[in-house]
Design a protein around this ligand. Structure first.
Ligand code: MN
Ligand code: MN
Length: 290
């Protein structure tokens, strides 16, 4: 009897050559500032992915129709800098082969590696970041590739006018000053509550000029009531449905996705379940789009 080398994401049964979607886990949590454990995120999300029907009723679509390759987890998770480099290398291979990359974190520091890969392939992308935190520190605890610096590193790559954030409700004083000085555009969780998620996401998408958009989801943008399994929980957040709406609206322009900061030790699997369900949502949304 053959034994699988690892538990792959549900329905990710395709070989590399035939796959349209490529999944990579990045079990890195080396710059974590509060509660460690997001390195267990990728496998927890994979495990949770089996608890859903293959058939997606809302879209009348069967996930079996998709060709999905799961590359397993990134091996070189040493320093943050080395991890970012390794992510860039892996995502570059996916892009060169015409795949749609889906990264499972791991902490938010991994995203800049993915965004660098688009630049390396000379593909212009805007970045839509879902997050409770502004992540705009230039460095944190001596690390420029800290998860607290995610949007700052991304803006270094694509330019500050080509990134925007939705769901923000935690900003330090220095970040606020830098965000104003450099004109970082972001939408707070309060604004979503006041105006509704659809209107805010429409504005965020209109703000991003490049047609192609890379979406980075820090699951802590969702309220801890819906997503308690995170490294840095921040109350007064958005709902699971808000995030689903954001992904639905972004899907037509989406060229890649990461879902980060799922920290399984801090809940009973519900956050990983939400993450897995959202990845499936994106798979179906992109799968229906020819
Ligand atoms: Mn966050
Ligand atoms: Mn973040």
């Amino acid at each position: 009897m053959q034994r699988a080398r690892f538990l792959h994401f549900a329905e990710a049964n395709a070989e590399w050559d035939e796959a349209r979607f490529a999944i990579l886990g990045v079990p890195f949590d080396g710059t974590c500032s509060y509660r460690p454990g997001s390195k267990f995120g990728p496998n927890a999300i994979r495990e949770a992915s089996y608890n859903f029907e293959i058939y997606h009723q809302e879209h009348d679509f069967d996930l079996e129709e998709l060709s999905i390759f799961d590359a397993g987890n990134l091996e070189e998770c040493g320093s943050a800098d080395a991890t970012v480099d390794a992510v860039e290398e892996q995502v570059s291979q996916m892009l060169a082969a015409g795949k749609f990359p889906i990264l499972l974190g791991g902490e938010h520091s991994i995203t800049s590696g993915a965004v660098k890969a688009y630049r390396a392939m000379k593909r212009k992308v805007g970045v839509l970041q879902f997050d409770a935190h502004l992540d705009f520190r230039d460095e944190y605890l001596g690390q420029r590739n800290s998860h607290a610096c995610a949007s700052r590193r991304i803006s270094d790559i694509v330019g500050v006018s080509n990134i925007t954030l939705v769901g923000v409700r935690s900003i330090c004083k220095d970040e606020m000053a830098d965000a104003k000085r450099l004109k970082l555009k972001y939408f707070t969780a309060d604004e979503v509550v006041e105006r509704g998620i659809a209107a805010v996401v429409d504005d965020a998408l209109a703000y991003l000029k490049p047609k192609d958009i890379y979406v980075t989801v820090d699951i802590d943008g969702v309220d801890p009531a819906y997503a308690p399994g995170v490294g840095t929980p921040e109350p007064f957040g958005l709902t699971d449905r808000d995030l689903k709406m954001l992904l639905t609206k972004a899907a037509p322009r989406m060229v890649g996705l990461d879902l980060v900061e799922v920290c399984p030790p801090f809940d009973k699997g519900n956050t990983a379940a939400l993450a897995a369900r959202l990845v499936r949502e994106v798979l179906v949304l992109k799968g229906k789009q020819k």
